[in-house]
Design a protein around this ligand. Structure first.
Ligand code: NAD
Length: 456
């Protein structure tokens, strides 16, 4: 679904003007359709010396049906994806391996191509503060591994035609648990995610029996599911096999029922800020479903005003829906309703990272969601569960359609992919968090923003 400028920029006249005036040129993004392969085309896998992940990455990709090459046969041809194991880069001199490997290959990345750099989390390279003080080899490894962030974020800004670049940090001991993450980032499911740094930690991972229906037998609840991003999340979790409880305020009852009917889910009309909402939700999930596996806190509201003009109600209502209600629901569900290995997923916003004019209330609530993820990650880990958040950038919904034209155009174009994302892009990222194979993905905040320049 291309916006008007995007359609113009790909017309013969538009293409010429865009090139001459140096305007943004948004490429059509390929998105996953049921039945599509994980990745269509050759995947180049390379490694720095002594990398520990290239072998396992090759096995995962081959197992997913990809055609993996480690030494290109010729100087021609395009790669659908390039995966580079940088875990062997243990000091700054070895960063040269990045240049040596990527410089001749990057121009061969195909349209909507994927680049994934695999590293070791810097905090896992150095075990004690004394190491850093002593300038030991561990601290040099931590430095070099941190440096990968600058490389991947810059490369994300350079690659063209809808390509994306990510850095995936894998803790030592978590090597066997990266399949869901690798499959997500190498595929068209991650079309609008770029320039991200993701961490995969040690966890007991149970990979799904069927990657097309990874959530079969699971129950999910999605708040704010009657429209926009929430409806897309409900739809995708159902596509992946979950039985979805679609929750929204009673005023949205008709639209909510429509979504639930379409996806074979059920409805729960509830204002999440009501005092008894957490107890009612917990009781509903326990009685009707015997518990819940996936909780998506998507419901959110805006009440934009500069702080000097913002009344108390505008402040309170945003904090209540976007943050406090979610905390109270978590408390109620963590009391035995969220099943072992359960997943909690928050919907933050790039406004919560970068701040935004007229959004002190909203940005406070959305930064709070990130705080909630960080605070609860160790708690969830104790029962094999996870909590993560997505931070959407400009997503084409009713909400963003009402933004004044100039601001809307800025929101769309000021990103590496130079276009707005679709609700399905946020939903695909949430489906990756929910996947049983993502048990090691805990405490992450991944921006779904086409590498927006805001807060980057
Ligand atoms: P939307 O307004 O279309 O949908 C929000 C839904 O939440 C609505 O159905 C609404 O009825 C429901 N809701 C609101 N208050 C509720 C309450 N008290 N109890 C239960 N349900 C309630 O918005 P959207 O664009 O689909 O956004 C979904 C989420 O994504 C929000 O959290 C939003 O802040 C976030 N987000 C959106 C964008 C974007 O570009 N659209 C960007 C960043 C973040």
């Amino acid at each position: 679904m291309a916006d008007r400028y995007q359609r113009f920029s790909t017309s013969p006249l538009g293409r010429t003007l865009v090139r001459k005036l140096g305007l943004p040129s948004p490429a059509p993004l390929r998105r996953h359709r049921p039945g599509d392969p994980v990745v269509a085309g050759q995947v180049l896998v390379g490694s720095a010396e002594d990398g520990r992940l290239a072998k396992i990455a090759t096995a995962i990709l081959t197992g997913a049906g990809a055609e993996v090459v480690t030494t290109p046969a010729d100087d021609e041809g395009r790669f659908a994806a390039i995966v580079f194991d940088a875990t062997g880069i243990t000091d700054s001199a070895k960063l040269q391996d990045l240049h040596r490997f990527f410089q001749p290959m990057i121009r061969r990345l195909g349209p909507c191509g994927r680049v994934i750099v695999l590293g070791t989390p810097p905090e896992d390279c150095s075990d004690a503060a004394e190491d850093l003080l002593a300038g030991s080899s561990n601290s040099k490894a931590a430095t070099a591994q941190y440096a990968l962030q600058g490389f991947t974020r810059s490369l994300g800004k350079e690659v063209k035609r809808g390509a994306t670049v990510q850095l995936v940090y894998v803790s030592p001991g978590a090597d066997e648990g990266i399949a869901s993450t690798l499959r997500f980032f190498v595929s068209d499911r991650s079309a609008f995610v770029s320039g991200q740094v993701v961490r995969v930690g040690v966890a007991e991972v149970a990979e799904p029996e069927d990657w097309e229906r990874p959530l079969a037998g699971k129950t999910a609840v999605v708040t704010g599911a009657s429209r926009g991003i929430g409806a897309a999340i409900a739809e995708l979790l159902a596509r992946d096999g979950a039985s979805v409880v679609c929750l929204d305020v009673p005023a949205q009852g008709d639209e909510l029922a429509e979504v639930a009917n379409r996806i074979g889910g059920s409805t729960l009309q509830l204002d999440i800020t009501a005092l008894d909402a957490p107890a009612r939700l917990a009781e509903h999930l326990a009685q009707r479903h015997g518990g819940v596996d996936i909780v998506v806190h998507n419901a959110g509201i805006l009440r934009d005003k500069t702080l000097g003009k913002m009344d108390e109600q505008q402040w309170d209502s945003v904090i209540a829906v976007n943050l406090s209600a979610q905390e109270r629901i978590n408390d109620a569900l963590l009391d035995g309703v969220l099943r072992q290995g359960g997943r909690i997923i928050g919907v933050s916003s790039i406004a919560g990272i970068a701040g935004n004019f007229g959004q002190t209330n909203y940005a406070t609530s959305k930064a709070g969601v990130i705080g909630m993820v960080q605070a609860l990650a160790p708690v969830l880990a104790r029962t094999g569960g996870t909590i993560n958040a997505v931070a959407p950038g400009f997503i084409e919904t009713k909400m963003t359609a009402s933004i004044p034209l100039f601001t809307r155009e800025m929101g769309r174009r000021l990103s590496s992919l130079a276009q707005g994302g679709l609700p399905v892009d946020v939903a695909e990222t949430i489906a990756w968090y929910a996947n049983p194979g993502s048990a090691g993905v805990n405490g992450n905040v991944v921006r779904v923003c086409g590498q927006s320049l805001l807060g980057a």
